[in-house]
Every structure is written in structure tokens, then in C-alpha cells.
Ligand binder design. Structure first.
Ligand SMILES: NC(=O)c1ccc[n+]([C@@H]2O[C@H](COP(=O)([O-])OP(=O)(O)OC[C@H]3O[C@@H](n4cnc5c(N)ncnc54)[C@H](O)[C@@H]3O)[C@@H](O)[C@H]2O)c1
Length: 251
């Protein structure tokens, strides 16, 4: 097991890619705090991990609430005696042409997709720096690398996460903390179904044609990349951005 007894905090762990990551970290021996604004879903994933013989706790949490982020992460550290892995996976978007977006919408998108990971990263680093050890993996998006029509504000947030990751990686390397990004390409998750496929039924088919691998991603495509970056196998890798997109993006 690559992550035996490590303590991990996974935001957005109740659904889709975050759920797959939480389960995969637990399979590698990590104790996993499943943090999500969907408290019921977080409890269900924690129960799934426990049923498989793993260790997990549910952490009902809205990542846009910085005070709640601090106390949730501090609570996990107090409970498990440390925090070794943070995965920033909570995210959301509603595609629409940029000119139709409003400042209120910008605030919502930036709060969830950019400020949330900032808050979680700061809260985690306060403990990781003291321990001189840590792994932070942020789920950005290929939208933040190459753009994505209908996702301008989300792309700005995700591109911001990539730049943020590189800078923080430089700042904390001397504390032996690795900070990296994983960028999924279009992936079949509840978010994709609700906000993309249901509104544009032909989208999934057209994506399959342009993705060299010939299919959409699935959460289990992304989870092993996160496990790798959260493990000591990736101990000399920091400030990097890894696309998991079936070859759709090669930048
Ligand atoms: N599905 C894709 O095609 C795709 C592509 C690239 C990147 N991503 C990114 O992957 C991540 C996971 O997305 P997914 O497709 O699995 O979506 P999902 O909706 O299945 O899962 C996202 C989870 O985040 C949680 N969440 C949302 N807002 C939150 C908040 N304020 N506080 C705490 N939790 C919150 C949701 O409750 C949900 O459980 C997101 O960061 C998303 O931007 C997804």
C-alpha cells in the first residue's frame, strides 16, 4: 500500500471524480476525510470506504466558507494527529456564453473553484509546514490550459489554480511539500451529465469523436494519477500539471 496510515482530506469527495479519488486513496491505506457541501453524499462515501475495510470520516463542508474550512481541517488534524494529503476537487460550473454571465455568477464560480482551493491549501499548509511533509493535489481542468467554449469564468478560475499551484510549489518545496495539479478532460460524472449532456445531448457524441482515445473520461481514469502524486513515488515532482484527457490536450 502506497499511503498506509496517511491522513487525507478530499474536497468534493461525495460525487464523481472526488468520490473515485477518496475510494482510491483509501484502497492504498489512507485514512480519508470526505469533505463536501453534500453532507449526505459525504457520509455515503465515508460509509462505502468503511464497508470496504478502510478508515474514513465525513466532513460536511462548504469550501467557500473560509472559517469552516479552517475548523474542518484543524479538526481532522486533531482527530488523526496530522494531515499528509490534501486533494482540492470540489468544483462546479454552468456553461453559458461569457457575455451572458453576471458579476454574481462570476463571484459564485470564483468562490467555489478558486477561493475554495486557496482556503483549503492555506489551512492544510499551516500543518504541513510544521510537519515538514505534505502532498497537495488540485483538480484543475484542461479548460484552464486550453480554454473551453461556454466556460470562460470557470476557465479563468482553473487557470488561476494552475498558476497558484506553481507558485505555492516554489514557496513550500523547502518544507518537502509537493504541490501539483491534475487536469481532467471531459469526464462522465454527475456534473457533466447535469450541466452539459442533458442540455446538449449531442455533446457527448461529438466529444468522443475528437478525443483520440475515443471516449469520455471516467472518474477512475483520474483517481490513479492523484494517488501517484499523493504518494512518495512522486516525491521529486512538484509544480506540475498533468492532463488526464485521453489525448484531447497535449500541451
Ligand atoms: N467532469 C468533467 O468533465 C471535469 C473536467 C475537468 C475538471 N473537472 C473538475 O473535477 C472536479 C470534480 O468534478 P465532477 O465532474 O466529479 O463533479 P461532481 O458534481 O460529480 O462532483 C463535485 C463535488 O463537489 C461538491 N461541491 C460543489 N461545490 C462545493 C462547495 N462549495 N463546497 C464543497 N463541496 C462542493 C459537490 O457537492 C460534488 O460532490 C471539479 O473540480 C471539476 O471542476 C471535471
Amino acid at each position: 500500500m502506497k499511503l498506509k496510515d496517511r491522513a487525507a482530506f478530499v474536497t468534493g469527495g461525495a460525487s464523481g471524480i472526488g468520490r473515485a479519488i477518496a475510494l482510491a486513496l483509501a484502497r492504498e491505506g489512507a485514512r480519508v476525510a470526505v469533505a463536501d457541501v453534500n453532507a449526505h453524499g459525504a457520509r455515503r462515501v465515508a460509509a462505502d470506504i468503511q464497508a470496504a475495510g478502510g478508515v474514513a470520516v465525513a466532513q460536511p463542508l462548504d469550501v467557500t466558507d473560509t472559517t469552516a474550512v479552517d475548523s474542518s481541517i484543524d479538526g481532522v488534524v486533531a482527530h488523526w494527529g496530522g494531515l499528509h494529503v490534501l486533494v482540492n476537487c470540489a468544483g462546479w460550473d454552468k456553461p453559458m456564453p461569457f457575455v451572458e454571465t453576471t458579476p454574481e455568477f462570476w463571484d459564485t464560480i470564483l468562490a467555489i473553484n478558486l477561493r475554495g482551493p486557496l482556503a483549503c491549501t492555506r489551512a492544510a499548509l499551516r500543518h504541513m509546514i510544521k510537519a515538514e511533509y505534505g502532498k497537495i493535489v488540485t483538480i484543475a481542468s484542461d479548460a484552464g490550459r486550453v480554454g473551453s467554449t461556454g466556460e470562460a469564468v470557470y476557465s479563468a478560475a482553473k487557470g488561476g489554480l494552475i498558476a497558484f499551484t506553481k507558485t505555492v510549489a516554489r514557496e513550500v518545496a523547502r518544507h518537502h511539500i509537493n504541490v501539483n495539479c491534475v487536469c481532467p478532460g471531459p469526464s462522465d460524472t454527475p456534473l457533466f451529465q447535469k450541466e452539459f449532456a442533458e442540455k446538449s445531448p449531442r455533446l457527448a457524441e461529438s466529444l468522443k469523436r475528437v478525443i483520440p482515445w475515443g471516449r469520455l473520461g471516467v472518474p477512475d481514469d483520474v483517481a490513479p494519477a492523484v494517488v501517484f502524486l499523493a504518494s512518495d513515488d512522486a516525491g521529486f515532482i512538484t509544480g506540475q500539471t498533468l492532463s488526464v484527457s485521453g489525448g484531447l490536450t497535449m500541451v
